[in-house]
Design a binder for this molecule. Structure first.
Ligand SMILES: Nc1nc2c(ncn2[C@@H]2O[C@H](COP(=O)(O)OP(=O)(O)OP(=O)(O)O)[C@@H](O)[C@H]2O)c(=O)[nH]1
Ligand SMILES: [Mg+2]
Length: 458
């Protein structure tokens, strides 16, 4: 438990109906009693815990604001310490004044993420749960929010704990056979070890394999719409956004700069960029735009290549198709409402591995097929549709991959009947990696790095 008492504004700055100052630590109640005067003629300590007390924050004899104050005694609070939260009016002056009063009465300014860090250090949350808190705040889609909530509630932590228990059992077995080798049943022993190790490994690999999807749900899929001029790229952006965001005209070269928008398509967050049509041009500004389109294409995780379905495939189309090879892409054959040339057939012949979807950016026809494709692209063919549990970040994913590699090596070792202590080293390494994910085995440096990314007040 920390000996210091910290305080911070936990709500966003800017005019709002309500703002909250949070105080946590052994002096929280004393500080609150010194600055808060309840309207009822009793002390804050005499209110039942975790109920709101109405009254005023006072600076000496002067009223600062009319507030509601709640006292949450340890260990039943966010930090597991004594916590007082003062809900005042959300103006910056009132909040700052109350915060300053808590300092004057002995609180220290809270560092970024310090409340959550204390919750972690006091054993209220593990690292996975603590990281999930930040993801809940930053969630960009309902699926991402739901996943973060489940991580915060400990679903992933419990899954990891089960795997750890399984591996601990393997270690116990290994130690027993190291101490008391039973040569007559070595076959059975090695086979059993291999089986248990592979079972744990499969679970670790499943979790790790969803890392990429988790990343998409968290950050949004970086998607770029490319194509030659006038094929309907901006019209497609507008159709997906359901608003007239980008200028659309019958003249080639309408879009000259990159237009980037965040949106959620069928539950999947996209960071979607509409770009200048790629073709050969003497126009200097257009050339600049085209250069940008190419740069963006290089960084994108998905390219939507738009082709004009009313015209034959051109050299400019083919050049773009060459540029997207080697990265995930989907071919949209646009203007389906006008009837189509044989371009779909040509594309399917020339690019048999590609997905070709007819669509009308004008009417929206064909959008549902695109969404179905997108679901498969993000969630994989089995399409668990966001119902699975996703690790929260690259840190967790990397540790899972390291654990999986150690377990693969251990399983191999068992198959080859390597000495038991060789297997033990690999299983221990995997255990260490899993422990780092939840924080049981994380160093102070890692812990500090994680919480430094939080905002003040969290
Ligand atoms: N009938 C029909 N017209 C479309 C469709 N999509 C786009 N258009 C028309 O095609 C023309 C070009 O559309 P834009 O969306 O500006 O095309 P763009 O690819 O963004 O063009 P640049 O920005 O110049 O590269 C406009 O006149 C649109 O109204 C469609 O699905 N059906
Ligand atoms: Mg455009």
């Amino acid at each position: 438990m920390s000996t210091s008492t910290i305080s911070a504004i936990t709500t966003a700055v800017g005019p709002a109906a309500v703002g909250i100052v949070r105080v946590s630590g052994p002096e929280a109640l004393r500080i609150a009693r010194e600055i808060f005067v309840p309207a009822a003629k009793k002390s804050l300590a005499d209110f039942p815990p975790r109920t709101l007390a109405f009254g005023h924050v006072r600076d000496g004899a002067v009223d600062v604001d009319e507030v509601l104050t709640v006292y949450m005694p340890a260990p039943h609070s966010y930090t597991a310490e004594d916590v007082v939260e003062i809900q005042c009016h959300g103006g910056a002056v009132s909040l700052q004044k109350i915060l300053a009063l808590t300092y004057q009465h002995g609180a220290e300014p809270a560092a970024p993420g310090e409340f959550t860090k204390r919750a972690f250090l006091n054993g209220r949350l593990d690292l996975v749960q603590a990281e999930a808190v930040m993801d809940i705040i930053n969630a960009r889609s309902e699926v991402a929010l739901k996943n973060s909530l489940r991580l915060q509630e400990g679903y992933l932590s419990r899954e990891l704990e089960k795997i750890r228990q399984e591996l601990l059992a393997v270690i116990v077995n290994l130690e027993a056979v190291i101490d008391y080798p039973e040569e007559d049943i070595e076959d059975v022993t090695y086979a059993r070890l291999e089986q248990s190790i592979n079972r744990a490994r499969a679970q670790v690999e499943t979790l790790a394999s969803r890392g990429e999807t988790g990343q998409i749900l968290r950050e949004g899929l970086r998607t770029v719409i490319v194509g030659r001029p006038n094929v309907g790229k901006s019209s497609l952006l507008n159709q997906l956004l359901k608003e007239d965001r980008a200028l659309v005209s019958q003249y080639a070269g309408t879009t000259r700069d990159v237009i980037e928008e965040q949106l959620v398509v069928d539950g999947i967050p996209l960071v979607l960029a509409d770009t200048a049509g790629i073709h050969k041009t003497e126009d200097f500004v257009e050339q600049l735009g085209i250069k940008r389109s190419r740069e963006l294409l290089a960084k994108a995780e998905l390219a939507i290549v738009v082709i004009d379905g009313t015209e034959a495939l051109t050299a400019a189309d083919e050049e773009i198709l060459t540029a997207v090879q080697g990265k995930p892409y989907v071919l949209i054959v646009n203007k389906a409402d006008l009837g189509q040339s044989d371009v779909i057939k040509v594309l399917r012949q020339k690019y048999p591995a590609a997905t070709v979807l007819p669509l009308s950016a004008k009417t929206g026809a064909g959008l549902d097929a695109f969404q179905t494709w997108l679901q498969k692209f993000v969630y994989g063919a089995q399409g668990h549709g966001g119902e699975a549990l996703y690790v929260a970040n690259a840190r967790q994913e990397n540790l899972l991959r390291q654990a999986a590699a150690s377990l693969a090596s251990a399983a191999d070792g068992a198959a080859q009947r390597l000495p038991y202590d060789c297997l033990s080293i690999d299983v221990h390494a995997a255990l260490e990696n899993l422990g780092e994910i939840t924080g049981q085995a994380a160093t102070d440096e890692i812990i500090n790095q994680i919480f430094a990314r939080f905002c003040v007040g969290k």
